[in-house]
Design a protein around this ligand. Structure first.
Ligand code: CU
Length: 124
């Protein structure tokens, strides 16, 4: 009986470790909705970026809203290196960032410390 309990706990523990390492870091990809010839998707900032990969339609003006649900200093800034953008997300609940969609490309962004990463893909 004791053995059975030990084995059960071990299996649960292994399952938890697997979930922790592989489950949590699963990438979420989302397509932006187009409304009135504009796309204004929302990225939720809470212990990371959700969705971590956002797909925008090429040629449609895009403003990405970063909704700040995180209170740690780590995620307080969002940095788009390629665009020269470094925004403080803690000033307001929602921060709008304009993303050029004139050509198919990818924009990587990160928190101010380059620990959390997200990606915006512009494509046809
Ligand atoms: Cu950070």
């Amino acid at each position: 009986m004791t053995q059975l309990i030990t084995v059960s706990i071990a299996v649960l523990l292994i399952g938890f470790i697997l979930w922790w390492f592989f489950g949590q870091h699963q990438e979420r990809v989302a397509d932006a909705q187009i409304k009135n010839d504009e796309q204004a998707p929302t990225v939720i900032v809470d212990g990371g970026y959700s969705p971590s990969t956002l797909i925008l339609k090429k040629g449609v003006p895009a403003k990405v809203n970063f909704k700040m649900n995180d209170s740690t200093a780590c995620l307080s800034h969002v940095v788009f290196e390629k665009l020269g953008i470094d925004k403080d997300l803690t000033k307001q609940k929602m921060t709008q960032i304009e993303i050029p969609t004139d050509q198919a490309t990818e924009f990587d962004y990160a928190c101010g410390m380059n620990m959390f990463h997200g990606k915006i893909i512009v494509k046809d």
